[in-house]
Design a protein around this ligand. Structure first.
Ligand code: NAP
Ligand code: MG
Length: 403
């Protein structure tokens, strides 16, 4: 077949370890035979981050602002062990953190469902997407231990030096306190990202906080969502036949468990941290979870939700066979290519992205899968294959979809 042309390049962010190995194989086996791939390449592998003093990470985020769509491989976030292993001059920050700080977005995570892998809640027949606010609250807190016989207060000093005070607690015995904050603009960006994503994916949006208890803080989240919805999204939601629904966090948890899935669940930062791990586990596996960062300006960065799969990489280095699941990384590529195709009016590219996802799911549902899925699948005729065989099997299914 003639290769599908592209007009605008994708921002390609390469990464580390086993996922870097899979990255190249996905391109060679599944993309390059079909697409005349155009990318602007940034090597976020730890060695090149070290060489460029992490400038490459910043450059890749700026390129995402320029072109609008990026696809990212999993990367090492250095810790003390990595500083030694890679002989680093500095413990470079998490690339995801750096990119998120530049793009200022919301992270949406969606499980990929396949026949044979039954969620722990079997009535979840459609995916549940978590949208996690990625700024503030307990992640930017200030906290203290308080000795006995002390008074703790909140003090706000305005630009003229006027103080507003509120008593937190009059301590008779020792205790603890914590100061949290968030910023209206960040909450507004969060709300817009969620409303836009709901419209994009034609799914209802659910949002919950504890505004009955937190009458100022959580209530502000509720109000900002409601104001923006009324002003800018209500009509669009009605036209699209989707719903915005607000309730309390404990109520939403009960409703999620009783639901069939098929909606977006917007979460405050901490709720999103906790609930996304619960959902990933309940749906089966982190290797079947996609992740996209959507900025308020409408830039998209697609990636897998898992890490670099270090343990498999060390086996690979020793020449041992690996059976690493590439599905989330394949879906990062398909997500980015589909979005690029939509923005460029490139129907063939959108169709290719859809076919790549279908081929991946069909391959697993036909019984060919990596070890992690093999251990969970209830299919009768299932076969465990290695990392590369899995990609070749998808390639064959994909070719058949074009014939
Ligand atoms: P991980 O790479 O997610 O892997 C943890 C374990 O989960 C693996 O050992 C494997 O279990 C299983 N697993 C994860 N993905 C899999 C896949 N695609 N196929 C099969 N099994 C999979 O987490 P980690 O080992 O804790 O972290 C490794 C590195 O990744 C760290 O340096 C961390 O900084 C980085 N990281 C990056 C990102 C990111 O870039 N977004 C996110 C998280 C972590 P078994 O070993 O039992 O097979
Ligand atoms: Mg977490």
């Amino acid at each position: 077949m003639t290769k599908i042309p592209m007009t605008t390049p994708l921002v390609e962010m390469d990464g580390d370890e086993m996922t870097r190995v899979l990255w190249k194989e996905i391109k060679d086996i599944l993309i390059l035979p079909f697409v005349d791939l155009k990318t602007e390449y940034y090597d976020l592998g730890l060695e090149y981050r070290e060489q460029t003093k992490d400038q490459v990470t910043v450059d890749s985020a700026m390129a995402t602002k320029k072109y609008g769509v990026a696809v990212k491989c999993a990367t090492i976030t250095p810790n003390a062990a990595r500083v030694k292993e890679y002989n680093l001059t500095e413990m470079w920050k998490s690339p995801n953190g750096t990119i998120r700080a530049i793009l200022d977005g919301t992270v949406f995570r969606t499980p990929i469902l396949v026949k044979g892998i039954t969620p722990y809640i079997p009535t979840w027949t459609k995916p549940i997407t978590i949208a996690r606010h990625a700024y503030g609250d307990v992640y930017k807190n200030t906290e203290m231990k308080v000795p006995a016989d002390s008074k703790a207060e909140l003090v706000v000093t305005d630009k003229d030096g006027n103080e507003t005070r509120a008593l937190i607690h009059d301590f008779k015995t020792p205790g603890i306190i914590q100061g949290l904050h968030n910023i209206d603009e960040s909450i507004e960006n969060f709300a817009r990202s969620c409303f836009n994503f709901a419209l994009d994916s034609k799914q209802d949006l659910w949002f919950a906080t504890k505004d009955t208890i937190s009458k100022q803080y959580d209530h502000r989240f509720k109000d900002i969502f409601a104001e923006i919805y009324e002003k800018d999204y209500k009509e669009k939601f009605e036209a699209a036949g989707i719903e915005y629904f607000y309730t309390l966090i404990d109520d939403v948890v009960a409703r999620v468990v009783r639901s069939n899935g098929g909606y977006i669940w917007a979460c405050k930062n901490y709720d999103g941290d906790v609930m996304s791990d619960m959902l990933a586990t309940a749906f089966g596996s982190l290797a079947m979870m996609t992740s996209v960062l959507v900025s308020p300006e409408g830039n998209y960065e697609y990636e897998a939700a898992h890490g670099t799969v270090q343990r498999h990489y060390y086996k690979y280095l020793k020449g041992e066979e690996t059976s690493t699941n590439s599905v989330a990384t394949i879906f990062a590529w398909s997500g980015a290519l589909r979005k690029r195709g939509e923005l460029d009016g490139n129907d063939a590219l959108v169709d290719y992205a859809n076919k790549l996802e279908k081929a991946t799911i069909d391959t697993i549902e036909n019984g060919v899968m990596t070890g992690d899925l093999y251990a969970m699948s209830t299919l009768e005729n299932k076969k465990k294959v290695n990392s590369e065989e899995f990609l070749y099997a998808i390639g064959e299914t994909l070719r058949n979809l074009y014939n």
